[in-house]
Design a binder for this molecule. Structure first.
Ligand code: NDP
Length: 288
């Protein structure tokens, strides 16, 4: 069995720092406060928002989930967002995706004020990545930030590494590629139109999959020399309704040097990043 890169020790190591930082902010009169807007009742979104709230409360921050009907008028939804943007007691605002059909056309990246953008989606925050900044200085997108935090914990040096990212979404693949470049990795981004994907992944030091297809990355995508590292971002439900990743963990774990599990890998790292971003935003409100 190869090395399993579990999130638990990383979260355990970081949680005390977050609790201490939170207490320090409270002693200065600032209680970090996150509001999460949940529109509709998508079952996965309900669980994700509950997990986010539970983690914020665990570190001593405040978190409210604002539940809105899937039928809400666009105007009322935008008003709700604006009210939170203008509320100085709130440091972080997150709009849980996906939005229902009625609101799908909205560009959520620009709705949340950049100073409260704990998801790191706002163009001004993304531009910080373009400029070459690392995740500790900016409100970076949570999943890419979590991946880098995990790599640092497990002493996975990114500099000069050939990293293949499979998936080019706005929330994972693209910002991840930028962040990895800022760590001097050599990054290749693949997608559904990529030709010879298996050859490309076989040439990587680190393969990061963010596709959304159960078991898509398998033994055919890796070399036999057990030197590669696989990071699985995917969260999918299999036929038994179990949560599984994009990577065939069972077979790959014997063929690669190290691999992240699903669940227990990048999912909890993403929530850790959210809490780190919230404290960063709260700190900025104190020392602008
Ligand atoms: P998107 O659906 O937005 O993007 C999927 C990407 O995968 C696209 O770029 C698509 O290519 C690419 N893709 C799809 N099929 C293939 C294929 N056969 N070969 C190569 N590339 C392919 O997904 P997200 O980025 O939002 O999420 C990806 C996965 O990560 C999901 O399972 C999601 O649930 C999970 N996720 C997990 C998080 C966590 O905290 N662990 C956080 C966010 C997401 P193209 O652009 O050409 O269509």
């Amino acid at each position: 069995m190869s090395n399993v890169l579990s999130a638990k020790p990383v979260v355990d190591k970081n949680i005390n720092d977050l609790i201490n930082e939170c207490n320090l902010l409270k002693s200065k009169g600032v209680t970090p406060y996150l509001k999460v807007i949940l529109v509709g009742d998508n079952p996965a979104s309900v669980i994700y928002t509950k997990n986010k709230k539970a983690f914020c409360e665990k570190i001593g921050a405040k978190c409210d989930i604002i539940k809105l009907s899937a039928d809400i008028d666009e105007k009322d939804f935008l008003n709700e967002v604006e009210n939170i943007n203008n509320d100085n007691s709130v440091h972080g605002l997150l709009i849980q995706l996906p939005l229902p059909k009625k609101l799908k056309h909205l560009d959520v990246t620009t709705l949340v004020n950049e100073t409260k953008d704990v998801d790191g989606f706002h163009p001004l925050n993304v531009f910080e990545l373009y400029k070459g900044n690392k995740e500790d200085k900016i409100l970076a997108p949570c999943t890419p930030k979590g991946i880098v935090t995990l790599c640092k914990f497990y002493n996975i040096d990114l500099e000069g590494k050939k990293i293949v990212v499979v998936g080019r979404s706005l929330i994972v693949g693209k910002p991840l590629a930028l962040l990895l470049m800022n760590y001097n990795a050599t990054v290749t981004v693949c997608h559904s139109k990529t030709k010879n994907l298996k050859e490309i992944t076989k040439s990587a030091d680190i393969i990061i999959s963010a596709i959304g297809q159960e078991g898509f990355i398998n033994c055919d995508h890796v070399r036999d020399d057990k030197t590669q590292i696989v990071i699985d971002v995917g969260i999918n439900k299999n036929n038994d309704n179990k949560t599984v990743g994009d990577c065939d963990f069972q077979t790959l774990s014997n063929k690669v040097k190290a691999i992240t599990p699903v669940p227990g890998g990048i999912g909890p790292m993403t929530i850790l990043s959210l809490a780190q971003n919230l404290l960063q935003a709260a700190k900025k409100s104190l020392y602008p």
